[in-house]
Design a protein around this ligand. Sequence first.
Ligand code: ATP
Ligand code: MG
Length: 274
Amino acid sequence: MNQCDHEALQQEIRRLEGVVTELHSQLIQAQKLGSIGTLASSITHEFNNILTTIINYAKMGVRHRDDAIRDKSFDKILSAGQRASKITTGMLSYARARGDRRDVFSLSQLVQDVLVLVEKDLQVHRISLQLDLPPDAFAEVNASQVQQVLLNLMINARQAMQPGGTLCLATRRNDAAGTAEILVRDSGSGIPPEVLPRIFEPFFSSKTADSQGQGGNGLGLSLCKEIVESHRGRIRVESSVGKGTTFTLKFPLASPQATAIRTTTQAAPAQKAG
Ligand SMILES: Nc1ncnc2c1ncn2[C@@H]1O[C@H](COP(=O)(O)OP(=O)(O)OP(=O)(O)O)[C@@H](O)[C@H]1O
Ligand SMILES: [Mg+2]
């Protein structure tokens, strides 16, 4: 190979590396939107309930002249509207691609923000929630990426459980290990020991297509692992067949004084004057 061919080859390799990087970030974003797609039906269901509440209380307020009844109607309409606004803000903030920016967050806050999106889905499938979310586990993370990890783990957990199951979400600050941790525990089917070593492999899925042709792509956990490790963190799994599964995310502990803390990932909803 002469010098000219060699340089052309090097240039082509660099171009292809750029294409791979770009396709990879598109894959992460597509997976992110795909996971929220799984929740589309329950979120629509919740909106329907909110609209029914608003319409019924508006009718009641119109029909009754009584001040007390009207006040109650306005209160109900206001809180239903605020709930709807929280969900849309949560969805927009989740779907937005945010680049690589990292800030110091309380991990509990990140869990709370994702919960807005999955609460209804859990309720529809009769899964109860147990929360242990102290405010003191801080880590410097890309909020959007960590929320993608959490949503994937919560959806997997929900899919592994029968009605009546319990999803536990906890955070903890481990000063001895220098880590800030998130635990996602379900009381679902568990993972057989022969399957366990494969779950983080790209495209490994045990989920077969359902009646709507929706199975698993097997991408969720491989991206979770990649995102956590890009934060110098670790993801661990413990599972017992028939009892359930616990995923633990460990991030380097950040000092809350080091940087200004972001208290929420959600932008405030736009206020209209007048
Ligand atoms: N909480 C869990 N309980 C039981 N099995 C699980 C759990 N989480 C993951 N698994 C197993 O690990 C496999 C891989 O999970 P992963 O999230 O990567 O893919 P998927 O859920 O099948 O598809 P996708 O996330 O792309 O929709 C699952 O198919 C399932 O067998
Ligand atoms: Mg999954």
